[in-house]
Ligand binder design. Sequence first.
Ligand code: C2E
Ligand code: MG
Ligand code: MG
Length: 615
Amino acid sequence: MAEHSLGEFKGNILIVDDKADNLRILSSLLSDKGYKVRAVLNGASALRAAQSTPPDVILLDVLMPEMDGYQVCQRLKQDEVTGDIPVIFLSALDESMDKVKAFEAGGLDYITKPFQGEEVLVRVETQLRLRLAQREIQTLNQSLEERVRERTRQLEATNQHLQQEISERSKAEQQLRHMVMHDSLTSLNNREHFMRYMQELLTQLQDQPDRQFALLFLDCDGFKVVNDSLGHLVGDQLLIAIARKLEQCLDPGQMLIRLGGDEFLILVSELSFPQNATIIADRVLEAYVAPFYVEQQEIFINVSIGIVIGNGVYQKPEHVLRDADIAMYKAKALGKGAYQIFSPEMYEQALERMKIENSLRRAIERDELLLYYQPIVSLASGIISGFEALIRWQHPEWGLVNPQDFIGIAEETGLIIPIGKWVLQTACTQMNRWEQFVRHPLFISVNLSMKQLYHPLLVEDVDAILQSTKVRCDLTLELTESMMMRDVEAVKLILTQLKARSIHLSIDDFGQGYSSLSYLHDLPVDAIKIDRAFVSGNHSPNPDADLSRPEIVRTIIDLAHNLGVKVVAEGIETQAQLDRLKQLDCEWGQGYFFSKPMNCVDVDNFLLTGLQHLS
Ligand code: C2E
Ligand code: MG
Ligand code: MG
């Protein structure tokens, strides 16, 4: 409708008048102008006609019998279909017409009779124009409303999309936060989570001086063995099984964390009594007594626990963790499968260890290591048969350091591998010199550590040293019982390879460990060294002192001889001990009675002055 111009638009007009003449005049006037005209003689017909085909304009006579124009107009206006059809009232000039009433009834205009053709046309056209404009506005409004609705729909859709994106993003963010704060294998809290939580806890504790917390640091004993022997998949399954078991050891409010590897933490943020920490530790140790079942395998594993009972004096989570770690190491050192509560002295000791470790790393390159040599004497002849090389560390500040104070650290850190090579190389080179001073053959005995024995390059390294030094004397390697017991089959293989190079093997500190000679059958061992505890024991030397455990010494010697193994007695300090050992047919002896370990200058003099004969 909006694009119609009035020239083309010829509307429908309904004329209502009870006078047939009027109807005719108006009809022909309007028809001539191209309007479609319908004419009716009374109100009722008018309402029907308007209902069935709504006209564009109604010309409505005011005065009619039965229903007058006002009533008709009112009825038209009340009806939804006809309500907005413009009504122009027709009234004779001499009839009294109530214009106010006409407008109130809904009429828009009026024409007075007798009709002026021009006026009728102008008024009709005006109404039609108005109606057209109204419809255009209506159409515009409708399309505007439609556009608004469409835009609203679009906005709603965009909004919904945005909401969805926001919720997806926040879900992803939550997942990410969960991942950052949790261990993917066990789903436990991880280190990051612990560090943040602990920091918050320590901040809170600043204002609560009486409040205490406990941190338990758990480290599995021998987890590496499981991983190496059964594979990482089983190792992972075992860690999951451990996590689930540990969860059962906790009371509400206690936090379990996987720190990494086989290390777990239990945090008790509110510790009512210090003994509660040890109750949890006992519960954990108890839980480890039963085996873990992983892929139909029964796995026994132990745990060592370090405990920190702390308060707001701690400033940083790292410090709490460090102290718990120190206590855990102490628990391991004191024999695994146990717990230790952290004390400040432990920190001092750990610091000391770290100082030693750092210093030891540079000891070889700074030429601070040296060897002492202790004679090993043939008891039958009294002649020096060989020497045991014993390491010392000449530290620029600490003076001469004994092996007990650094060999353990060298073992743990792996530094024993380069140190051990250095010892072997130095001892062999030294022996080549001394061999020239004496007329009889000498052997050199060198201590080997657990790490060295199981090191994959041991045989290769020994070969290289034998070749580079061209050592002429016999070489003996000293091993301890516990080293052999860890993996008898593997050790057998290594020892056989060493034997193939004419290296002698002896078991050091015999009697301290398993005290079983049965494995000697199986292993290519040449000699055993009876531990000093059975020879001179721990009491202060008394010149008349006999062997501290004569029966044991006799049994060991007899059994060894039956197996074709020779015997060295360690720690001979008195003539009486020497005499008894001679009686028992012990082949060799070593001890302060003959000589303390000496540096190479002292050994030079010792050999040069012809003191090889010691008893
Ligand atoms: P070990 O192999 O059993 O060496 C014997 C230890 O007993 C030596 O202590 C020696 O000085 C001491 N000793 C010898 N006779 C007597 C005695 O009559 N009375 C007393 N009270 N002690 C005596 P040292 O030199 O302090 O060595 C201690 C341990 O350190 C050695 O025990 C050995 O296990 C280890 N060690 C020494 N050097 C090396 C090395 O080069 N490599 C490795 N892996 N361990 C070494
Ligand atoms: Mg030894
Ligand atoms: Mg020994």
